[in-house]
Design a protein around this ligand. Structure first.
Ligand SMILES: [Zn+2]
Length: 143
């Protein structure tokens, strides 16, 4: 700053300013370039990791499985018959019923054939089933 001020005679400042402006433009271009690279790299890493939604869907699958096959088969239950939370927990890792990554507890109908949903993410199992049904339909249309 001092240099500009000291050379700030009539013509001096005019010859310094365009040079300074070019330097800033180059710096800014490099900065934008680096910023874009960082965004791309971070964005790729972000896309590749499982999202909380994926983890939530995995949990819901893990909960639905014993409600729909294992426990009713083992205890000879009809659809809609009650299931104890303890019996469900027996099928979970460390006997703990998982929570949504967002921190909320799942809505779990403790009955044979129960369909768990997430209060935060919604009915991911139904969405997933609809998606795989659509995919099956698409592949069935192929010759
Ligand atoms: Zn969830």
């Amino acid at each position: 700053m001092n240099e500009i001020l000291s050379s700030g005679s009539a013509g001096g400042s005019a010859s310094v300013k365009p040079q300074l402006g070019l330097g800033w433009r180059v710096l800014r271009a490099v900065g934008i370039g680096l910023g874009l690279c960082a965004v791309l790299v971070l964005g790729k890493a972000w896309m590749d990791r499982p999202t909380p939604r994926d983890l939530c869907l995995g949990n819901l699958r893990q909960i639905k499985q014993p409600l729909n096959c294992c426990i009713p088969l083992e205890k000879r239950l009809k659809p809609g018959d009650p299931i104890a939370a303890k019996d469900l927990a027996d099928f979970m890792r460390n006997r703990v019923i998982p929570k949504c990554p967002s921190g909320v507890d799942y809505h779990i109908p403790l009955v044979a054939g129960g369909h768990p949903t997430c209060p935060y993410h919604g009915d991911l199992l139904a969405e997933d089933e609809a998606k795989s049904r659509a995919a099956a339909k698409r592949s069935a249309h192929k010759p």
